[in-house]
Design a protein around this ligand. Structure first.
Ligand SMILES: Cc1cc2c(cc1C)N(C[C@H](O)[C@H](O)[C@H](O)COP(=O)(O)O)c1[nH]c(=O)[nH]c(=O)c1N2
Length: 257
């Protein structure tokens, strides 16, 4: 199953045109992007074992690689993990970390926490570890001169691109962070100077949940966006323009609230 070069890429690669020749999104394209954003889910328990075709995974990884990055640093690497043996090591570490994590919550929440499905390391056919090379392109990076964590934030942008592209490919992704970093490093042979950013499980799914699973489980609800909007400063109240924006936010479909 080969796919043609996407139309929006062709002019750039063929003529090295300076500007995009077809820059405007139509309504259907816009809606497709929002659909990917709003229907993306963190997938844990719904994975199917079906293999992911190489060309599909290649598109998803290419999307990740086209994320924004500070100073165009592209600090990421992607470790594609298919080996059951390697995944089993990481899963064993998850079980240990998960048991420790349970004890960190208040006693009345422990039983709920214990019963949450929080990973699909063995059920998903592919795991991907996204890393950050903090020294890539040397010590001084445009945009990271005063806020050192910008390289890490850039690697997270790659994760989000991957997650959304995967959704558009009908692939589920689950981020697993209940792991001991030294164990993850050891299982994957990650050098000391490289930071593991995200351990992701990826695969086709039986279903995508309609809502975040933590919300459905009564753990935490989605917060109301108007309560998170500030105007001209943390303490700022909405003026007339602000009220207009708040009304527009409140008019968003109720299914998104
Ligand atoms: C940095 C980071 C780390 C984690 C997560 C996310 C992010 C951004 N999430 C997924 C998280 O629980 C989920 O995104 C929210 O609950 C919202 O649900 P949806 O992603 O909208 O389905 C996550 N989920 C999980 O089951 N185990 C985990 O260890 C983690 N870790």
């Amino acid at each position: 199953m080969s796919s043609p070069t996407p139309a929006h890429c062709a002019p750039l690669h063929d003529d090295h045109a300076r500007f995009q020749t077809d820059p405007q999104f139509g309504a259907a394209e816009r809606d497709a992007v929002y659909r990917a954003i709003h229907t993306r889910r963190d997938v844990r328990g719904e994975f199917l074992p079906d293999p992911i075709p190489d060309e599909v995974l290649a598109r998803v990884l290419t999307a990740a690689h086209h994320a924004p990055s500070v100073g165009f640093m592209q600090p990421w690497d992607f470790i594609v993990v298919r080996s059951r043996e390697v995944r089993a090591k990481i899963h064993a570490d998850f079980l240990a970390a998960h048991a420790e994590a349970e004890q960190m919550f208040d006693a009345d929440k422990r039983a709920t926490y214990r019963n949450l499905k929080l990973e699909g390391i063995l059920e998903s056919p592919v795991n991907i570890c996204v890393t950050c090379d903090r020294s890539r392109h040397g010590p001084v990076v445009i945009g990271r001169t005063h806020i050192g964590a910008m390289d890490v934030y850039s690697a997270v942008c790659a994760v989000q691109n991957l997650w959304l592209a995967a959704r558009a490919e009908n692939l589920g992704v689950g981020w697993v962070s209940i792991l001991h970093p030294p164990a993850l490093r050891a299982a994957l042979g990650i050098p000391q100077e490289i930071i593991p950013i995200a351990y992701l499980c990826i695969g086709y799914v039986r279903d995508f949940h309609a809502r975040p699973e933590l919300e459905a489980a009564g753990w935490i609800e989605r917060m109301a966006l108007p309560a998170l909007l500030h105007f001209d400063g943390w303490q700022g109240a909405a003026d007339e323009a602000g009220e207009g924006l708040l009304d527009a936010v409140r008019a968003q479909p109720s299914t998104l609230r």
